[in-house]
Each structure stands twice: as C-alpha cells, then as structure tokens.
Design a protein around this ligand. Structure first.
Ligand code: S3P
Length: 176
C-alpha cells in the first residue's frame, strides 16, 4: 500500500489527523517537522531564528527525500513543504496526497494555542489574521494539487480520518 501524505496550511489538523489515521491503518506515523527537530537537535523556532528559513527549507527537503522512499507511512508535512516541487514529486511517487484545509478563523484559533510557528509569532491577532490570509492565498493552488481535499473546519480528527480511509479503500478496490 502507498503512503498517505497530509499536506495543508498550519492549523488544518495534519498532525492530529495523521497520528490517528496511522493508528487506525496500522501504519507508522512520521511528522516531518518533528523529524527535522530530532535530526538537527533544534526546535523549528530555533532553526528559523539561528539559521533562517532557507536553511530550514533545506533540512525539510532532506527529510522529505528520506521519508518519501519508505512504505506504509502516514506522513504529516509542514505547511510549507508544498513550496518545493521536488518535495511533492518525491512524496507523490509512493504516496496518496491528501490536502487538509480550514477557514482563516479556524486556522487563527488553532494556531493561537501554541507559540511554535515562526511565521506567525510576535504578531497581534489582527496581524496574524492578515498574515494567514495572505500566505494561504499565495499557496492556495499548491495545496489543491492533491488526490483528495478535505475542509476540516467543522470536522473532528476522527471524522477526517474516516473520510480519508474510505477514499483510500476505494482507491485500493479500483486498482484490484
Ligand atoms: C510552516 C509550517 C510549520 C513548520 C514551519 C513552517 C509553513 O508546520 O513547518 O513553521 O511554512 O507553513 P505546520 O504546518 O505543521 O505548523
């Protein structure tokens, strides 16, 4: 079976959904941000602050290359992974791509809970809303390049997992 790759903007539920999906499917779960942190011995926040975004994107691409070669994984990517076409090419080879979306208000609420996202930190609520709206619009077309798109705004992680599993089952049947 192919990997299941979750793409989407910050706060769309990639990590919570991914973890649950992996346990339901009996797959291993990989969160590329956590893997970057482990391999670099720094948090994402520290990586951005000490080495800058370009360096972070290089580490991200290296981790993507590694995980994309493996099998039976649910891979939760960082919100900017889609910016590099090579990342998507590698992930697509052995993976079904599932894009999670959410409204700006929901993203704002979910990303306010933790202060771990360098692209949204040190901002007032209004500035953050504006930054989310702008960045999401810039990336919109890239997030649409998926086999399945799910708006998670009104759904629980379990409901999202059920939609993904029913899609994956149909895919398997079609190929059988
Ligand atoms: C980023 C999203 C973050 C993390 C980094 C950059 C982005 O991941 O990779 O802060 O460019 O959108 P999450 O989407 O898991 O928050």
């Amino acid at each position: 079976m192919k990997n299941v790759v979750l793409i989407g903007f910050m706060g769309t539920g990639k990590t919570s959904t991914g973890r649950l999906l992996a346990s339901r499917m009996g797959y291993s779960f990989v969160d590329t941000d956590r893997k970057i942190e482990k391999e670099c011995h720094l948090t994402i926040k520290q990586l951005f602050a000490e080495h800058g975004e370009t360096y972070f994107r290089e580490q991200e691409a290296a981790v993507v290359r590694k995980v994309a070669r493996q099998h039976h994984l649910v891979i939760s990517t960082g919100g900017g992974t889609i910016l590099n076409p090579d990342n998507m090419k590698a992930l697509r080879k052995k993976g079904v791509i599932v894009s999670l979306t959410a409204s700006v208000e929901v993203i704002l609420e979910r990303t306010s809970r933790k202060n771990t996202r360098p692209l949204l930190e040190n901002q007032t609520m209004e500035e953050r809303r504006a930054a989310i709206t702008k960045l999401r619009a810039q990336r919109e077309d890239l997030y649409k390049q998926a086999d399945l798109i799910i708006d998670t705004s009104e759904l629980s992680p379990l409901q999202v997992v059920e939609q993904i599993m029913s899609f994956v089952r149909k895919e398997v049947k079609q190929r059988a």
